[in-house]
Design a protein around this ligand. Structure first.
Ligand SMILES: Nc1ncnc2c1ncn2[C@@H]1O[C@H](COP(=O)(O)OP(=O)(O)OP(=O)(O)O)[C@@H](O)[C@H]1O
Length: 514
């Protein structure tokens, strides 16, 4: 297939889910040797589109062509056979199998009818080396790996299938900055080999840097496809959300001392937290920055009572507050909430309804004695949905039917419904569209204005700069910079992230990406 002929072509594709219009009359094409970005708000239909291309879902009507042939994939294996390989935002790895087993799960190398373990191991090593992941042991169980390593294994697995069309659905959002650069490089190589990559991300900078062509979807419709560089960022956002977007971050209050509230004194855990001292005021938003894996997540988990064997002292409003479990952390005495990183494993009960998930951490707030008050419960659910603008047909639908970004909003709403005093946020806007991100930034500032204390870890340094009153940069388990006011700048965060003292680098190797 030449570059003049689409490798994937969709005509008049429509897909409905009991009452929800996911796609309506979509015409779409992508070409070999290009990286094609797909943009749209949460629930716009992006994942549905790529699930149809990759055989996970079948359209209600319309035609799909791959390499010029009309195809009707009944399952992903048929799509893989036609060269269409998809890396989903939800990982497909089996946690209790080894990395090598996972990588060749669908077609393990065989010898005399048995799985050839040596060949399988070698193949995993080669594929992992190709994406600079020599540190991942092919014999390790997937459950032992961090989220970012798991995502890289998922990428290795996809590459092993020799794709002609490679689809990445939010596949870089959980990666470290170094891995993101590796994946960018890889997509460039695949492009030179004539592979078409379809790339879904909510990070505009990522899309603009990487993609040759962009397509915008809104409310299940294909709005426009255009070449990179022909539209400004503002125009693209307007196409995505159908209205003008102005200020990205709510204004910050002038710097000033807020009464001390959360006091962390010499907190240490294993070799990942090395004596953290930090005091956060009532009504203050403090950001945690730095390269991925410097102890930021452990600090949040430690404060929430997840880590065993932590040393040091923590107090909230002068009362010692070292919860031994998340249940204790959220109880009336401590009122701490943590919005977790991985919504699938930590945040949601996928088989349960949206309403049940929203109420999961705050049943006692909507109960009269031992009984749930249906009216109060309904009101709390409706408020949560409205506050986070969660796109649902009915709160009684199973939460798994929501789009990825809308599931993330359920997790955030669930924790806010506990009415916490201290809110710990672990990269909360991952996978969330630009319009809703702004709502969340505004919500954070409103909560701070109401006197809540907020500690935010973000892998997006623009978010730290835009949202936080102060930013603590962590390096190797320690806080190496405490930035406030005008001192919160990209240069200062970069320099501190690399532990460079006052030397500000001109380039920013391995920085958290915006
Ligand atoms: N299995 C399903 N059952 C019911 N509704 C569904 C199902 N899958 C998707 N939907 C609905 O279809 C619409 C489009 O969802 P889709 O996942 O394609 O959005 P998206 O653009 O990928 O969003 P996000 O950026 O949040 O991942 C949403 O309203 C979603 O709730």
């Amino acid at each position: 297939m030449t570059a003049d002929h689409p490798i994937v072509q969709m005509s008049g594709i429509t897909k409905h889910f009991s009452g929800t219009r996911a796609l309506e009359g979509v015409d779409f094409a992508c070409f070999g040797g290009t990286i094609h970005g797909i943009l749209g708000e949460n629930g716009a239909g992006k994942s549905t589109l790529i699930k149809i291309i990759s055989g996970v879902l079948q359209q209600d009507s319309g035609t799909l062509r791959v390499n010029g042939d009309v195809v009707s994939f009944s399952n992903p294996t048929q799509a893989v056979d036609a060269g269409v390989v998809c890396i989903f935002q939800e990982l497909s790895l089996v946690p209790d199998l080894s990395v090598a087993d996972n990588i060749s799960l669908s077609a393990p190398p065989r010898k005399f009818g048995l799985i050839d373990k040596r060949a399988q191991h070698r193949r995993a090593e080669e594929l992992l080396a190709g994406i600079k992941c020599e540190d991942v042991d092919p014999n390790a169980l997937v459950r032992e790996l961090s989220l970012s390593r798991r995502q890289m294994v998922e990428i290795a697995k996809a590459l092993g299938k020799d794709p002609k069309v490679l689809i990445l659905d939010e596949a870089t959002s959980a990666l470290t900055s170094r891995d993101v650069e590796t994946v960018y490089g890889l997509l460039g190589e695949l492009k030179a080999q004539g592979v078409a990559s379809l790339f879904i991300s909510h990070r505009m900078h990522e899309i603009e840097k990487l993609c040759d062509t962009l397509s915008v979807f809104r409310n299940g419709q294909h709005i426009e496809t255009f070449a990179k560089g022909t539209h400004s960022e503002g125009e693209i956002v307007r196409l995505m959300i159908g209205r003008e977007v102005t200020a990205h971050y709510p204004p910050k209050p002038p710097p000033g001392h807020k009464p001390d509230y959360l006091e962390i004194d010499d907190l240490a855990w294993e070799n990942q937290l090395k004596g953290i001292n930090l005091t956060i005021g009532k009504g203050e938003i403090v950001g945690l920055g730095g390269l991925d894996g410097q102890g930021q997540k452990e600090l949040l988990l430690g404060l929430f009572g997840v880590l065993r064997g932590m040393r040091g002292k923590v107090s909230i409003g002068n009362t010692p507050s070292q919860p031994k479990s998340p249940a204790e952390a959220k109880n009336a005495a401590m009122r701490i909430a943590l919005v977790p990183e991985d919504r699938k494993t930590e945040g949601l009960m996928l088989a349960m309804s949206i309403a049940d998930n929203l109420l999961a951490a705050s049943y006692e707030r909507v109960s009269d004695g031992p009984f749930i008050n249906a009216g109060k419960a309904k009101q709390a659910v409706d408020e949560g949905i409205a506050k986070l603008q969660i796109k649902v047909s009915s709160p009684e639908d199973v939460v798994a039917t929501l789009s990825g970004g809308n599931q993330q909003k359920v997790v955030i709403a669930k924790w806010l419904m506990t009415d916490p005093d201290v809110i710990l946020l672990n990269d909360p806007t991952r996978g969330i569209d630009v319009g809703t991100k702004q709502e969340i930034y505004k919500l954070m500032r409103d909560l701070a204005d109401q006197g809540k204390t907020i500690l935010l870890y973000s892998s997006d340094y623009a978010e730290l700069i835009g949202c936080c009153d102060r930013v603590m940069v962590m390096y190797d388990g320690e806080i190496v910079a405490n930035l406030s006011g005008d001192a919160i700048s990209e240069e200062a965060i970069v320099a501190a992230s690399l532990n460079m003292g006052n030397a500000v680098p001109r380039t920013t190797p391995g920085m958290p990406h915006a």
